[in-house]
Design a protein around this ligand. Sequence first.
Ligand code: ADP
Length: 494
Amino acid sequence: SLPLFVPIKLPNGTTYEQPTGLFINNEFVQSKSKKTFGTVSPSTEEEITQVYEAFSEDIDDAVEAATAAFHSSWSTSDPQVRMKVLYKLADLIDEHADTLAHIEALDNGKSLMCSKGDVALTAAYFRSCAGWTDKIKGSVIETGDTHFNYTRREPIGVCGQIIPWNFPLLMASWKLGPVLCTGCTTVLKTAESTPLSALYLASLIKEAGAPPGVVNVVSGFGPTAGAPISSHPKIKKVAFTGSTATGRHIMKAAAESNLKKVTLELGGKSPNIVFDDADVKSTIQHLVTGIFYNTGEVCCAGSRIYVQEGIYDKIVSEFKNAAESLKIGDPFKEDTFMGAQTSQLQLDKILKYIDIGKKEGATVITGGERFGNKGYFIKPTIFGDVKEDHQIVRDEIFGPVVTITKFKTVEEVIALANDSEYGLAAGVHTTNLSTAISVSNKINSGTIWVNTYNDFHPMVPFGGYSQSGIGREMGEEALDNYTQVKAVRIGLSQ
Ligand code: ADP
């Protein structure tokens, strides 16, 4: 049978030990069925390794471990205990940064340039959560001398967390940080196309001193390992990042099982708006980052660009030049900006949308095709002459494909920006402070980036309006999703 650790040679010549088992109770174990599945390197289309596949009986084991851990001193001890684990974990991620970045580029196909950024943000987020551990507070409420009232913020309990494949490590950190901070425990399921980095992270979590059962990590597929999590009767909260369609399934399963709390981080079709008075050079950079960073596999990608008429021609021509000068290809070359899309499935889906765009009558300004024929690479693609009802303007494509539209007035662009079922993020590029603030106020989305884009910080909350999600990740807000308020009202004898 498949060994629980396999040596994997990385393109930089080093070899590391990749865990392949399910991480339950701080041990890597075989799945009960002993079934395994392969994970493919998107840049070469070759299998990297097999990993053990979780099914419902394995989820039960993991939930049992997480339940026992929740009832241990983990959730009730001095928060400094959890703080120490989180700081140590952040330091271990720094120490293993190079390996983690390589694993991520290998398994996801993203460029090393991107994966190094992910690893740095991952360490930063765990460090930020470490600082929060002893700052979670209740309050005292004055209602007169007859009573004493106070509130506590108590950890919710056993969580189930389901993450996607576009930022496997970073999304694991956004899920695990609040768990470790608040004293919850969890079963985290990675996406089937990118199981490797979270398993490596699991070994670091153990080394950082998390007690057995606090964090359990399983590899597996949506219907067979994800669904048993969202419908599990002993899981008190489910956190999900992924497509809006799957989010709907998860919320339904949560409601029909035990009404577990639900937070969802879903899709987007985010507008990136450029006003006549924008600084051209930096705006171009943010348009590029907005849609081509991480090969466009970003839920908050700035995938609908709106440019005011006075600056439209200049922006289109410079944006086209910038897109055409981006380095695509081998993720492991230091200067590669765009690696491969994550899977054949994604490649096919994006190419299908490009085809739809052409058939709808949009103009390909640049790109519009695959790059090479080995590995799932797509050229940065810009569509012009789009209409608001075009599918490529309405649907989330989740790839390096963007539409660009001319507008005249502020009112017009606000209406265009808000004409979407989603509301995850938006970009506003202007040098006028009043425009920046008044437009930010009127846009229906959870994040507004002014004169920047895809710009994250552990202290700044992130999450969706409308069908882009429920709840927030990062910042103090994230911790609210992992705690519940208990109110204690004491009658005082007179
Ligand atoms: P995609 O279809 O692009 O892979 P998903 O949102 O379906 O995006 O996948 C994100 C995560 O959701 C993955 O970990 C996947 O295994 C999981 N998933 C998919 N379907 C379900 C489901 N029915 N229940 C729970 N999890 C699911």
